[in-house]
Each structure stands twice: as C-alpha cells, then as structure tokens.
Design a protein around this ligand. Structure first.
Ligand code: NAD
Length: 340
C-alpha cells in the first residue's frame, strides 16, 4: 500500500507517519508513505526521520494543482491532514485558512479522483459543530462553525461530501476533539503552558477560563484515523471523541502541579472573540462500527507529555525562536493568551 499523507510534518500528521513507518498499525507494516508538506511555520521537517526506506518527503503546497496532479498517481490512499490549524491566527488573518483548507482540499480530491485513488480520509475537527451547552454532538448535527478556522474546516468537509455524492469518491471524514501530546507547536494551549512554566514564565488564560474542551492523546487520534482508513465506510463521518472534558482552568491547575508552579503563574487575559464555550462529541458510531476506543487516559497522557517537553528543550526552544525571530508567523506574546 502506498499512502500520500498531506501535512505529515505537522503535529498530528508526523505522529501518524512515524507510527506507520515503525509498523505501529497491524496489517499496514509494509506501507510506503509520501509526505506532501509546505513546511509553514507549523511544519517541521525534524518531526520526521531524515531518511527512511519507505518514506518520501515532498516539499510543496496542496493548492499547487500541477504538483498535486503529478504526485497523486500510484498512490492507493490519501490521508489529508494539511491545514492552517490555529484559531487565533484565523482571527488575525483568515485568507490563508480558506485557501489551504478549502481550495487545497478541492485540489487534492480532484487529483485523487482523476488518479483513481481508492481510499481517502479527510481529517477534520469537532469545531465545525460550533459550541454546545449540554449533551454531545452526533455526526448528523448541523454545522455551525464560529471561528474562521472552524468555518474553513466546515467548508472542506462539504467539499469532501460533494466529491463522494457527485463523483463517488471513496472518502470518509474524521471529526476529532482537541489533541495533545509530543511535537505540538508551542502556540497551542497545553504546550504553551508547559513550555512557559518550564522557563519560569507566566501562563495566559483567556477570560475566566471556564471554556470546556474534550482532550484526546494524539496517539489515540491517529489510531482512529488508521481505523477509518482501513475499515471506515465511504461517505461516512466519524466523530473521534476523547471523553476527557475539562475546563481550561482545570488544565492550568494540572499543568501547574506537574511543572511545580503555583496559581501565581496564571495571568488572566482578555477573552478570544467568538470563543466557543464547550465542545463535546458523541463517539458512539466509531466505537460500534470500527471498535475504536481511546487507550491513553488523560492523567497519564498529560504526565508523559510534560515529561516529553521537559526532555526535549531543543525542539521547542527552536519552535519558539522561529516564531519570534524570523517573522514567518504572528508572534504570540504571553499577554495574548492561547486557546484550544
Ligand atoms: P499543524 O498546524 O501542527 O500541522 C499542519 C501541517 O500542514 C504543517 O506541517 C504545515 O506545514 C502543513 N501545511 C499547512 N498548509 C499547507 C499547504 N498549503 N500545503 C501543504 N502543507 C501545508 O496541525 P495539526 O494540529 O497537526 O492538525 C492536523 C489536522 O488535524 C488539521 O487538519 C486540523 O484541522 C485537524 N485537527 C487538529 C486537532 C488538534 O487539536 N490539533 C483536532 C482535530 C482536528
């Protein structure tokens, strides 16, 4: 099997590729992988092995139709992670979100169709559903995205749906809750808090910190994606919910404890515009149809994530330096906060 993975140098995509190459998905041990990644501020070539017998790395843009059409033939499957992924950046400037997330998805699916690619997974997010006061979203819940990021992902989901309904492309959509784990960019809530605390700096909490997110370890998310790739049904959407629902204040408290800091390290900052109150997925379908269940408890996963950042300062210090020195992306100073 030959798989084209877009965004494979990012947080989740690189976890998926590393696991695939190390034989971590039973039945797919011999899979060959092509990674297509633009290496934006959030993509990092060092997240992948520099050389591996079954890995080819292509530095390029998913919106480049000529490149994508040339690259696609010969692949059996496409797993599409590439996206602009940070809500705060989409509030500052949304154009690149719609270009990459919507137009880029169309370019990929068009090329997949033309090349006869047999199976596609489009990796999406629970944020397309908006915010839910009580209960949990099932896959038939109406789309009501609130941030430009979420709107661009909802747009990409509709592109995927249309390619299935109109052209019969064998594509499934995954909608996952918030991920955490090693190699996550330091602009996101958990790694920002950990790395600031490890540096003895304060951590910025949006508003009153009551916003509830559902947390899933990246390893469990990638296992779900591979289950969807190999056993999911064409045209179907699968919610991938972690079940660990916690307010941001609780995340802060746990990270303070794990990093040996106290409440005085928390500074309150003005809330994010349009900040969703609560996300909650009903994950019954993927459990019943594909037998997927999360394997990593939140307490254990968070402890291991803190340990990884503690043990890998060179990785995250380079990421933080790139954000503040070379101007490739918006700087996220500590006063501005970070959301999930
Ligand atoms: P990330 O920002 O860490 O990685 C994105 C990757 O895509 C980077 O390697 C980047 O260089 C690449 N990329 C961006 N624009 C590109 C383009 N035009 N062409 C080619 N490559 C491009 O993001 P992530 O957190 O790993 O998220 C991956 C996917 O999972 C996204 O589609 C995101 O919407 C989805 N998702 C993320 C989470 C989460 O909590 N992080 C939760 C649910 C779903």
């Amino acid at each position: 099997m030959r798989i084209l993975v877009t965004g494979g140098a990012g947080f989740i995509g690189s976890h998926y590729v590393r696991t695939l190459l190390s034989g971590g998905y039973p039945g797919s041990e011999g899979a060959r992988v092509t990674v297509l990644d633009k290496l934006t501020y959030s993509g990092n070539r060092d997240n992948l092995p520099s050389t591996a017998p079954r890995l080819e790395f292509v530095h390029g843009d998913i919106c480049d139709a000529a490149l994508v059409r040339e690259l696609m033939p010969g692949h059996d499957a496409l797993v599409h992670f590439a996206a602009e992924s940070h809500v705060d950046r989409s509030i500052d400037a949304a154009g690149e979100f719609f270009r990459t997330n919507v137009v880029g998805t169309e370019v990929l699916l068009d090329a997949a169709l033309r090349s006869g690619v047999e199976r596609v997974v489009h990796v999406s997010t629970d944020e397309v559903y908006g915010s839910i006061a009580s209960g949990s979203w099932t896959e038939v819940w109406p789309l009501a995205p609130n941030s430009p990021y979420a709107a661009s992902k909802a747009g990409s989901d509709l592109v995927a749906r249309s390619y299935h309904r109109t052209h019969g492309l064998d594509v499934s959509i995954s909608r996952c809750s918030n991920n955490y784990g090693p190699y996550q960019h330091t602009e996101k809530l958990i790694p920002l808090f950990i790395t600031n605390l490890l540096e003895g700096r304060p951590v910025p909490l949006y508003g009153d910190g009551h916003n509830v997110r559902e947390w899933l370890h990246v390893d469990d998310h990638c296992r779900a994606i591979h289950a969807i790739l190999t056993r999911g049904r064409p045209g179907e959407i699968y919610n991938v919910g972690g079940g660990a629902e916690l307010p941001n204040t609780e995340i802060a408290t746990r990270l303070l404890g794990l990093c040996g800091a106290d409440e005085s390290a928390v500074i309150r900052v003005a809330d994010r515009p349009g900040h969703d109150d609560r996300y909650s997925l009903d994950g019954t379908k993927i459990r019943r149809q594909l037998g997927w269940v999360p394997q990593i408890g939140f307490e254990e996963g968070l402890r291991e994530t803190v340990a990884w950042y503690r043990d890998n300062p060179a990785w995250w210090k380079a990421v933080k330096r790139a954000d503040t020195v070379d101007g490739t992306g918006a700087v996220v100073p500590v006063e501005e906060g970070a959301g999930a």
